[in-house]
Design a protein. Structure first.
Length: 132
């Protein structure tokens, strides 16, 4: 996803438009697209601010959010469950299809990590180790 133009440039383009220049002329002067100048002027008239809108999805959503507590219970009950096994269990019990990588990301956000022990087997542990 691209980055928004700086607030400084946005304010200069808006000031040019507010001083009476056309939106397209202001866009040419500051070497931005006419579409940007038109949308910026519309945004300023609607909100009163030249600040860019928030980009991306709002946090806390996603189709796995309602099932987070169930997933955590399953992982607590069986710490060495694999992501494909967890995906199959979610499909069988809740009729929700999720890719194993998505499940892994959800568990990482919930502060679960996969740690291998000396024998080469792994288990999920809550929290991250401090230090190195």
């Amino acid at each position: 996803m691209g980055k928004p133009y700086s607030i400084d440039l946005r304010e200069r383009v808006q000031a040019e438009i507010a001083s009476g220049q056309s939106r397209r002329a202001a866009a040419r002067r500051f070497d931005v697209s006419a579409s940007f100048a038109v949308k910026l002027a519309e945004r300023v008239s609607r909100t009163g601010s030249a600040e860019p809108a928030r980009q991306g999805r709002p946090p806390g959503g996603g189709k796995l959010a309602p099932y987070l507590s169930v997933l955590l219970e399953w992982v607590e009950a069986e710490p060495d469950i694999t992501m494909p096994e967890l995906a199959a269990k979610l499909q069988a019990e809740k009729a929700v299809t999720a890719h194993p990588a998505s499940l892994s990301r959800v568990l990482l956000k919930a502060d679960y990590s996969f740690k291998k022990n000396a024998s080469g087997f792994g288990g999920r542990a809550r929290g991250r180790a401090s230090g190195a």
